[in-house]
Ligand binder design. Sequence first.
Ligand SMILES: NC(=O)C1=CN([C@@H]2O[C@H](COP(=O)(O)OP(=O)(O)OC[C@H]3O[C@@H](n4cnc5c(N)ncnc54)[C@H](O)[C@@H]3O)[C@@H](O)[C@H]2O)C=CC1
Ligand SMILES: O=C(CO)COP(=O)(O)O
Length: 336
Amino acid sequence: MENVSVFGAGSWGTALASLLGQNGHNVTLWCRRADQARAINVTGENPNYLRGHPISSNVTATNKIEEAVRSPLWVIALPTQAIRGFLTDVAQMTSVRPYICNVAKGIEIKSSSTVSGIVRDVMGDVSYSVLSGPSHAEEVIQDLPTAVVVASLNCEVAERWQAMFSRPNFRVYTSSDVMGVEIGGAVKNVIAIAAGIAKAMGLGDNALAALVSRGLAEIMRLGAKMGANPLTLAGLAGVGDLVVTCFSAHSRNLRLGLAIGKGKSMAEAISELGQVAEGAYTVKALKEMGRKVCEELPIVDAVYDMLYNDLAPEEALNTLLLRDLKPELPPAMQWM
Ligand SMILES: NC(=O)C1=CN([C@@H]2O[C@H](COP(=O)(O)OP(=O)(O)OC[C@H]3O[C@@H](n4cnc5c(N)ncnc54)[C@H](O)[C@@H]3O)[C@@H](O)[C@H]2O)C=CC1
Ligand SMILES: O=C(CO)COP(=O)(O)O
């Protein structure tokens, strides 16, 4: 059994800490606030997230970062935009060279970088893995059947995380396609915001299915430019996560889109949600990333303009529908 620390006691960090504890690991769950850590240790539940769901007794919560960094295995469950600052602080506190498994799904605005890039910038060539796929915390904490993928450039490391996380109702596949898994997990959040807006506008199921398919086309085009394997994006970290996020009532990104589509301002929508909707930030990073790799991302652009440039959803829809007619697949992908 392993000693592992989970950084971030939001809904995903809590669900994964409990799952690792159920698998017999000795888990430290790092919380920002002392009162939250105390409540978890006393009541066996997180008072702020996933209430009513007991957390494994193998999990000990702490807000003392110097305790949490002692574990050799780190699961990073923080919002993407907070990861660089967090790692910069903790890197100065410990000589441990941890094995890192990132479970956040986003792209950093200031660097247009996925989390592997942030970790490399701050920690150098430390061991990095990413776990992603269709997996809402609300279902994982109830032990409902879920399948995900863990990617690392080192296949033995991916297998180590696979063995740690796997349990009968949490099936973990391995992959070596770190970039594919990261891009799939990050960009689907932006498409899910678009799905929420479309739903609020009452555009119907055909429109939602078109958004998912054309959203996947944007994910695949960008992924190809970033070196991802397109087949990764047809799997759990791509199609799988795109579908669950665009259709599940648990999705924070879908709910943010629904609120925007109903005419709420960004500030109102974010404050009502009370949790991170990564797509709202990743969309800013994608504007820059798309420009750098010269890739056209029309749905991403429409979401950006609706969120940050006051573009009305009806106008965004017209812009998308009235684009030049073209083949479904770009020439480089027309194999037959
Ligand atoms: N909730 C879910 O079902 C899933 C979430 N994810 C991803 O996991 C990541 C975390 O998401 P959630 O747990 O849902 O978010 P959340 O909003 O429930 O919790 C975020 C946690 O991070 C902490 N935090 C925020 N800013 C911080 C900072 N600057 N320094 C330290 N701690 C900070 C908050 O206090 C909170 O405990 C996101 O990237 C999300 O996309 C991935 C799969 C499933
Ligand atoms: O990534 C997720 C499920 O796989 C969670 O998505 P939301 O952040 O939209 O809830």
